[in-house]
Design a protein around this ligand. Structure first.
Ligand code: NAG
Ligand code: NAG
Length: 455
């Protein structure tokens, strides 16, 4: 048994050795073969002449670009730099050979400076004197004459950013290569792949490659090949560090109208917020290119709106304080009274609706209060006006105890609308007005940026 297996192993080993030997025999191209092929092909080879069986047929040059990393995208300077490599293929029939005549040699490498290569130039490059294939690299040639030229490049191209939707923007950057010498009927640039190769790509922290496209076009006998990147900004950082603080500051502005007027903190609070918003405005405008074309960032408008709102909030705070501290015996002007009445009307309607749902007990008590107050105030104002007013005070007490800072007891109410009450109305009005302002602006911002179709 042992012997048989040993013989088997021995036999298999022999077969393997023979196979290996014969394999190397078939492919036994020697260094001499290579030298031979090289000298044969290079004698009489003129690298100034375009390859091609006939001068009338166009030479196809296939190109692909593989991106390795996005080095930088500077929106302010409009500079986009990438690291990557091109793979360029064409057929040079003068370099083809029959492998059998050269010991089965199936590839050979020439220096880039020894054979014909297509001359190309990045059109939108930012680097002065950038020549395509500046380094002398080897070109691989297969027996059919197919050449493969791989070029590693650090490319700096111009790419003007459209920051309308910053920080939820999508940018399109291109690498344009132009074939300068040959007309398009003599040399045709053809994309090897429809997309940019991302097999070697390292993700970028700020930009995400959304899609890529490769296309070739000609314009007035010039042949272009365009490698296009569609980049989407990763906006997490900006949301946390910019948008949320801005949003919060906007909302904080509203709360100045809740701050008790007696505390004396209102103006200080408003100024602090106004300053914070200005600081943010400066910070953000530093990161953005100072362009107005194609459009200013929507974010700038939002910040401006916040700033305007903050300024108005401050004005209203000061005016409100003025009202609050007015002498009580000073008569409230008619137009201000109308303003209060308007507000009361709005609330009265609301209140009537609520009242229908209220229990009978509560209903009665309110009416009693209203009636007693009515009696007290009949002398000074017309019945109609006063009714509205007092009903409203009661409602207001129900709707928001937090906002109401002064006691709405009988003694104060019987004076009609006091300045303190008026200031309270004014605060409520401002609170609602600015709440609507901030909600609308923020919703519009989100709708224009995040919730748009192409994002
Ligand atoms: C290649 O051809 C051009 C034009 O015919 C000629 O001027 C040049 O000297 C040739 N170069 C070589 C290396 O033979
Ligand atoms: C790529 O670009 C070409 C030319 O601009 C265009 O016709 C084609 O639709 C684009 N392809 C994609 C997938 O965007």
């Amino acid at each position: 048994m042992m012997k048989i297996t040993q013989i088997c192993y021995f036999g298999m080993l022999n077969v393997l050795l023979i196979l290996m030997f014969s394999c190397s025999c078939i492919n036994a191209a020697t260094a001499a073969d290579e030298v031979n092929l090289y000298t044969t092909k290079m004698t009489g080879y003129n690298r100034s002449l375009r390859p091609g069986l006939s001068p009338d047929t166009a030479l196809n040059v296939y190109m692909a670009f593989y991106i390795v990393s996005i080095n930088e995208f500077d929106e302010t300077g409009g500079k986009f730099s990438v690291v990557g490599f091109y793979e360029i293929r064409w057929e040079d029939d003068r370099l083809s050979w029959n492998p059998a005549s050269y010991g089965g040699l199936n590839r050979i490498y020439y220096s880039q400076s020894e054979v014909w290569v297509p001359q190309m130039k990045p059109v939108n490059t930012m680097k002065d004197g950038h020549t395509f294939g500046a380094n002398d690299v080897k070109i691989r040639v297969s027996p059919s004459g197919e050449t493969t030229w791989r070029l590693a490049e650090f490319l700096e191209t111009s790419c003007s950013a459209d920051i309308t939707f910053y920080p939820f923007d999508v940018q399109i950057c291109r690498i344009d290569l132009v074939q300068l010498g040959y007309y398009y009927e003599d040399l045709v640039l053809t994309p090897m792949l429809t997309k940019i190769g991302t097999e070697f790509y390292e993700e970028n922290g700020i930009w995400e490659i959304k899609s890529t496209n490769v296309s070739a076009t000609y314009f007035n006998t010039l042949h272009y090949i365009t490698f296009e990147f569609v980049l989407k900004r990763r906006s997490g950082f900006f949301i946390v560090n910019m948008l949320l603080p801005i949003l919060m500051m906007g909302f904080l502005n509203l709360f100045v109208f809740i701050l008790p007027a007696e505390s004396g903190e209102r103006v200080g609070y408003s100024i602090t917020l106004l300053l914070s918003i200005s600081v943010f405005l400066t910070l953000i405008s530093d990161t953005l290119p100072p362009t107005s074309q194609p459009q200013m960032p929507i974010l700038s408008f939002i910040l401006m709106s916040d700033l305007v709102m903050s300024s108005l909030t401050m004005c209203c705070t000061i005016v409100g304080l003025r009202f609050y501290h007015n002498e009580e015996d000073k008569v409230i002007p008619r137009y201000l009274q109308t303003f209060v009445n308007c507000l009361s009307c709005a609330k009265l309607k609301k209140r009537n609706k609520v009242q229908e749902l209220e229990s009978a007990d509560e209903h009665n008590s309110i009416i009693n209060v209203t009636e007693s107050k009515e009696k007290q105030t009949l002398k000074k104002q017309t019945r109609k006006e006063e009714k509205t007013e007092i009903k409203d005070v009661t409602t207001w007490g129900k709707f928001s105890n937090i906002l109401q800072r002064e006691e709405s007891d009988g003694t104060e109410v019987k004076m009609g609308t006091t300045w303190k009450q008026f200031a309270m109305y004014f605060d409520v009005f401002c609170f609602i007005f600015f709440a609507i302002w901030i909600t609308v602006t923020n919703v519009v911002f989100l709708q224009k940026t995040v919730w748009r179709q192409d994002y």
